[in-house]
Design a protein around this ligand. Structure first.
Ligand code: PGA
Length: 256
């Protein structure tokens, strides 16, 4: 069975003091739940990774980063390498997030290089894919997702372990308060799973976790997680509040 993954993407939020306050609350609650069927991950900004590593030592919480270069070191001003992230205890790296694509102009080509670099260093890429509202209205959702998926994974020819994670995040649902319905999300998740079978194998596709992201809250998490191909969530806004994120991470998953 795939372990569920509840991932928080803090984006460009939280100073060190705010991180300290957050974990004061969150870690107390975390000890109340059984984590045997799930992983919880938080991706803070780069500036608090080292601090998070020190607070989270020996805690059952995974650390993620919000981007990574593909090279180990060198003349790449403004970038961070997978080796540096690994040194800070990072296990997951969010790549190809819609804000990277749409605000910072990252292309499928750049994202594919990042995915390859991160994977080669033994970190787990979380490749984000998703259509804009215009693309959805034109009936292009699956086409867009298929291109982003196959282009983003194109350098990973073979998967033996440390399967990458895919996050389906419709751009129109991110930070808008409009969540995809569980049915809309499941349709795309199933499509991604089928595509992964063709790219790799039935066995590998069965192991890859596919997360949903876009206005996930404590109120809609339960219904989303009922769907057979939704293996977890990538949460932005609601992950900034320790109470809300804890509610999301601690729900009882009941599959349909
Ligand atoms: P949101 O963001 O939960 O605030 O919609 C999700 C994301 O960008 O990963």
């Amino acid at each position: 069975m795939r372990k569920y993954l509840f991932a928080g993407n803090w984006k460009m939020n939280k100073t060190l003091k705010e991180v300290e306050d957050y974990f004061d609350k969150f870690l107390k609650k975390l000890s109340e739940i059984n984590l045997s069927d799930r992983e919880i991950m938080i991706a803070p900004p780069f500036t608090s990774l080292a601090y998070c590593q020190s607070i989270l030592k020996d805690k059952p919480l995974k650390l993620g980063a919000q981007n990574s270069c593909w090279e180990e070191k060198g003349a790449f001003t403004g970038e961070i390498s997978p080796k540096m992230l690994k040194e800070l205890g990072v296990e997951y790296v969010i790549l190809g997030h819609s804000e990277r694509r749409h605000i910072f102009g990252e292309t499928n080509e750049i994202i594919a290089r990042r995915v390859e670099g991160v994977y080669k260093f033994g970190l787990i890429p979380i490749l984000c894919v998703g259509e804009t509202l215009e693309e959805r209205n034109k009936g292009k959702t699956l086409e867009v997702v298929e291109t982003q998926l196959s282009e983003g994974l194109k350098a990973i020819k073979e998967i033996k372990e440390n399967e990458p994670v895919i996050a389906y995040e419709p751009v129109w649902a991110i930070g808008t308060g409009i969540t995809a319905t569980p049915e809309q999300a499941e349709e795309v998740h199933l499509f991604i799973r089928e595509k992964l079978k063709k790219l790799y194998s039935e066995e590998i596709a069965g192991k890859i976790r596919i997360l949903y992201g876009g206005s996930v809250t404590p109120d809609n998490i339960k219904d989303l997680m009922k769907k057979p191909n939704i293996d977890g969530v990538l949460v932005g806004g609601a992950s900034l509040d320790p109470e809300k994120f804890f509610k999301i991470c601690s729900i009882k998953v009941e599959k349909e």
